[in-house]
Design a protein around this ligand. Structure first.
Ligand SMILES: Cc1cc2nc3c(=O)[nH]c(=O)nc-3n(C[C@H](O)[C@H](O)[C@H](O)COP(=O)(O)O)c2cc1C
Length: 197
């Protein structure tokens, strides 16, 4: 299902961390500002509101896909574009995020092909890490994972380096270059979302 194109453009932001003080949740908040500035409706969720067991094929065969996976898939389906903001764990994405994507990829609503939530809207990716690479390896992994789900992942991405020093007290990015990179990412996701609507 695709949201109405008559309504304002809707962008969903999914942070891949639920940690208190998460640098990626803060980056998600900074990104939301750019979408709001562009007149876009933004929904910023927490994966804590979509608790899921570790993916288990036997569990799926016995009980079906958990309702929170169905809800998350429908949340994605209610938006024209999605920004995923991921931490980097050992050069890849954290299990919280991978598990959520794995479950959502198993949801198949009536009259839909599997993975429809990924196929019908563009995805943008960003990462924040206190390291010099800013989570660039997690972004490579996330791009691959989303592409495997048949998502179109837009070319622009943001790896925010030294994220422990990147924000001011109001969670705004301090460096103009980071602000510009985030603005460009938001702009490109808006453009792709409009084209695919
Ligand atoms: C298990 C684990 C592995 C990590 N591996 C990396 C890594 O490979 N590269 C990196 O830059 N940071 C790594 N970190 C540090 C996280 O990127 C950092 O804690 C980050 O702030 C977590 O994201 P959050 O603040 O949004 O929760 C790792 C942290 C954990 C807990």
């Amino acid at each position: 299902m695709q949201p109405s194109v008559m309504s304002a453009l809707k962008i969903l932001i999914i942070p891949g961390s639920t940690r208190t003080g998460s640098r990626n949740v803060r980056l998600a908040a900074a990104a939301a500002y750019h979408f709001v500035q562009a007149g876009v409706d933004v929904t910023r969720i927490s994966l804590a509101d979509f608790p899921l067991p570790l993916y288990d094929g036997d569990l799926q065969a016995k009980s079906g896909v958990p309702k929170h996976a169905i809800n998350l898939k429908r949340m994605i389906g209610a938006h024209h574009g999605v920004l995923v903001v991921t931490p980097e764990y050992n050069s890849s994405v954290p299990p919280l995020l991978k598990n959520a994507i794995d479950w959502v990829s198993r949801v198949q609503d009536p009259n839909e092909i599997r993975g429809e939530a990924f196929r019908k809207r563009p995805f943008a990716i960003a990462a924040a890490s206190e390291g010099r690479l800013g989570g660039a390896r997690a972004l490579a992994a996330l791009r691959l994972i989303l592409s495997a789900c048949h998502a179109l992942v837009i070319p622009n991405q943001l790896a925010l380096s030294f994220a422990d020093q990147a924000y001011d007290d109001l969670d705004r990015l301090k460096q103009p270059a980071d602000v510009d990179a985030l603005a460009m990412l938001a702009r490109q996701l808006i453009d792709f979302s409009q084209q695919m609507s």
